[in-house]
Design a binder for this molecule. Structure first.
Ligand SMILES: NC(=O)C1=CN([C@@H]2O[C@H](COP(=O)(O)OP(=O)(O)OC[C@H]3O[C@@H](n4cnc5c(N)ncnc54)[C@H](OP(=O)(O)O)[C@@H]3O)[C@@H](O)[C@H]2O)C=CC1
Ligand SMILES: Nc1nc(=O)c2c([nH]1)NC[C@@H]1CN(c3ccc(C(=O)N[C@@H](CCC(=O)O)C(=O)O)cc3)C=[N+]21
Ligand SMILES: [Mg+2]
Length: 294
């Protein structure tokens, strides 16, 4: 079997066109321009690159974006003050603090400072907890992107065996919870999992987010499986690869996402979605400053 290669870029492009139209409606009907503020602390080159991608995505769909660049010496208190100011700024609909943060800043205190209504990354404890009950204010972008890919390809989740390789708070765990909410049978594997292949061979849908190139070889993939590769790894020679042996696994899977051009495209797109959704909520809520003026 040769897999259908899922074109994440094409799906993202189609969704971004829809989002652009929603931005136009917000502008014409409510005089609101969705706005995202990204806070970047320190000078991690990978973070700088991800942030550039997010800002470029905003521009593409008409979201106003602002980048707050702070030195690595920024104190936790100073960072919390920035967030406080942005929480209280009605013209800002989304606040994103790029991770990782310098070691002297507690990630949890920063994420929990962000107003849940502006937590477009979906990393606040409230949104994390909402994944358990299926009641998030915002879904985390990468898992949401995975879900959108499955939806777009009309891949049924209900009753399917889903195996998620990777158990991080930002990808593995929330992806597992979202797909469990859709009535999949879900297994999560991680570094301590004994005999990874024993579990991955059960997967109708295999989602891989471990950060290990070539972790998933054809021998541990079930024939006809849907393989979603979240991994994004830069090799010493500069090439970018996922966690899946793409050339090998594509001969065994029914669907596969490439890297780049797969899930990565959707992550940023879902951030744009969440920011627009936040602006739509603000514009239409009876308590919003805008409606009071109208
Ligand atoms: N395309 C996109 O938009 C995004 C891509 N990514 C990419 O996804 C990958 C994962 O990211 P992230 O979740 O942040 O990474 P983390 O390093 O936070 O988590 C990796 C997870 O994979 C597990 N793991 C590591 N090695 C193995 C192994 N050999 N077998 C089984 N499980 C293993 C770890 O287990 P343990 O818990 O035991 O340590 C951990 O749970 C990375 O390549 C990252 O670049 C991430 C975010 C967005
Ligand atoms: N705390 C934290 N925050 C992150 O945001 C984070 C992280 N850790 N760990 C690493 C991953 C990786 N990640 C990507 C984001 C966008 C693309 C993306 O846009 N990719 C496109 C373009 C790739 C390219 O530029 O060639 C694609 O795959 O086609 C990829 C990867 C965010 N990460
Ligand atoms: Mg862990």
């Amino acid at each position: 079997m040769t897999a259908k290669i899922i074109d994440g870029k094409a799906i993202a492009k189609k969704l971004r066109a829809e989002y652009h139209a929603r931005v136009d409606v917000l502008r014409s009907r409510y005089n609101v321009t969705p706005a995202l503020v990204v806070i970047l602390v320190g000078d991690n080159p990978a973070s700088q690159s991800y942030v550039r991608g997010k800002i470029a995505g905003c521009k593409e769909v008409g979201i106003r974006s602002e980048l707050v660049e702070l030195p690595a010496s920024t104190t936790e208190e100073q960072l919390l003050e920035h967030i406080e100011r942005l929480n209280n700024d009605a013209t800002v609909h989304g606040i994103l603090v790029q991770l990782p943060l310098p070691a002297h800043i507690r990630v949890s205190s920063v994420l929990e400072k962000i107003s849940v209504e502006k937590d477009v990354d979906g990393f606040h404890l409230y949104n994390m907890g909402g994944l358990v009950t299926g009641n998030t204010v915002f879904s985390p972008c990468t898992p949401y992107g995975v879900q959108k890919i499955l939806e777009h390809e009309n891949i049924r989740v209900e009753g399917q065996n889903v195996v998620v390789v990777g158990a991080s708070n930002i990808v593995g765990k929330p992806t597992a919870l979202m797909l469990m909410q859709q009535d999949a049978t879900v297994v999560i594997c991680h570094k301590k999992t004994r005999d990874l292949g024993h579990f991955t061979l059960l997967a109708d849908i295999l989602v891989v987010a471990a950060g290990v190139p070539n972790l998933i070889v054809p021998q541990i993939v079930k024939t006809g499986a849907v393989v979603i590769d979240v991994g994004f790894n830069r090799l010493p020679d500069g090439r970018i690869v996922g966690d899946v042996d793409f050339e090998g696994v594509k001969e065994k899977a029914s669907y596969i996402t490439p890297v780049p051009g797969g899930v990565g495209q959707m992550t940023v797109t879902m951030l744009l979605h969440n920011t627009i959704l936040s602006a739509e909520r603000a514009a239409t809520a009876t308590t919003s400053p805008f409606r009071r003026r109208a």
